[in-house]
Design a protein around this ligand. Structure first.
Ligand code: PMP
Ligand code: GLN
Length: 380
């Protein structure tokens, strides 16, 4: 068999989590919390697990009551007209499935898809599996903001889609409303669509507000906006996410979704529908994570790691050039093996493995975990 992705190895998240387990290292690599979802959610899941009739296929686009709850929440949070649950919201198996379904639905062989790099590791391979051509546009280092002139230069009549990710994995950078307005102006009079990966929408710090593609009508009309309950409810293992898009775009996503997974876990959807009306979880998330970011940064003072600004997401980038001149992959492995803290080398987010001398920490961990990890990192 000739591989369709001969250059693609096992995802760095699996690789580093496995190495962490082998070495008994603290896993600040793969992005997931070491605490559980709110009890209201796990109680709801237990309740629905015991409810007769909640164990068979959910409707293909998602449970109506969950789509309704998402619609109301979206309107309340972003001050936009409530998306129509019947025609504009689709529940997917995590944002991962939504990403794949959108790409499969819109990308044709030879289409170009703009990807701002560094980028989540799925984007490039998923585009290529559709026969699409990823066109990589570098984000400015170290702030990881887009250079819109470069984006403009990269746009062509063959650009089917541009992929955004805000707050950004791995850097935590956030797009501003001005960024989105600039992009909307660039795309006016083109047929280019937008995929806006907003899974970290509720992790924006220092009093800033998340700017969603949904808030700008000129952008929303051509956008697929993705989110994930895994991030917002400390439930990455539940794999429930969703896609909001105008009716014609949603119809195309559903054409794929129906043959990709068809539907998503019924009891999990019921449980999420039960808790979504309570705004507390997502309203308190910025403070919850800002505390962890600041705690971790404070604990690393006096270490030889140089932390970059981290305005959003649950990731913190760091330079290690005062410690070593090793390639980031080698340094990440040695940190795991010799110092007992696993991290992600940022080169994994570049299609050509560009090494910027940066590693990524995930700070979605209990304060005690962060303290123990920082103690080890101060000894590096
Ligand atoms: N997009 C980004 C930027 C992510 O970081 C993640 C989480 N790893 C996903 C998508 C996938 O989300 P999910 O776990 O809901 O599939
Ligand atoms: N999004 C998570 C991260 O960036 C990992 C998800 C995965 O393991 N596929 O760490």
């Amino acid at each position: 068999l000739t591989s369709k992705l001969p250059d693609v190895g096992t995802s760095i998240f699996s690789v580093m989590s496995q190495l962490a387990a082998e070495c008994g290292a603290i896993n600040l690599a793969q992005g997931f919390p070491d605490y559980d979802p709110p009890q209201a959610l796990t109680d709801a899941l237990a309740r629905h697990a015991r409810t007769p009739g909640h164990h068979q296929y959910a409707p293909m686009p998602g449970l109506p009551r969950l789509r309704e709850a998402i619609s109301q929440k979206t309107a309340a949070v972003y001050g936009v007209a409530a998306p129509n649950p019947d025609t504009e919201i689709t529940i997917t198996s995590g944002a991962t499935e939504a990403l794949y379904a959108v790409l499969a639905a819109v990308v044709r062989p030879g289409d170009e898809v703009l990807v701002l790099e560094p980028a989540y590791d799925l984007y490039g391979p998923a585009i290529r599996l559709q026969g699409g051509i990823p066109v990589y546009v570098p984000l400015r280092v170290p702030e990881f903001s887009p250079d819109w002139d470069l984006v403009k230069a990269a746009l062509s009549p063959r650009t089917r889609l541009i992929m955004l990710n805000t707050p950004h994995n791995p850097s935590g950078a956030v797009l501003t409303a001005q960024d989105l307005a600039t992009l909307a102006a660039l795309l006016a009079n083109t047929a280019t669509l937008v995929l806006s990966d907003e899974v970290y929408e509720h992790m924006v710090f220092d009093g800033q507000q998340h700017a969603s593609a949904l808030q700008l009508p000129e952008l929303a009309e051509r956008s697929f906006v993705l989110s994930s309950f895994g991030k917002t409810y400390h439930a990455t293992g539940w794999k429930v996410g969703y896609c909001i898009a105008p009716p014609l775009l949603t119809a195309e996503v559903r054409r794929v979704h129906q043959f990709l997974t068809f539907a998503v876990s019924t009891p999990a959807q019921h449980a999420l529908a039960d808790v979504l009306a309570d705004a507390e979880q997502y309203q308190t998330l910025p403070d919850f994570y800002q505390h962890k970011r600041d705690l971790f940064a404070g604990l690393l003072q006096g270490s030889r790691f140089e932390l970059l600004p981290a305005p959003g997401s649950y990731f913190q980038l760091a330079r290690y050039d005062q410690i070593s001149a090793e390639a980031d992959v080698d340094f990440a492995r040695r940190l795991t093996r010799e110092f007992g803290v696993a991290v992600i080398p940022v080169s994994a987010f570049y299609h050509d493995g560009l090494d910027q001398g940066l590693i990524r920490f995930c700070f979605a961990k209990r304060d005690e975990t962060l303290a123990l990890a920082a103690e080890r990192l101060r000894a590096v």
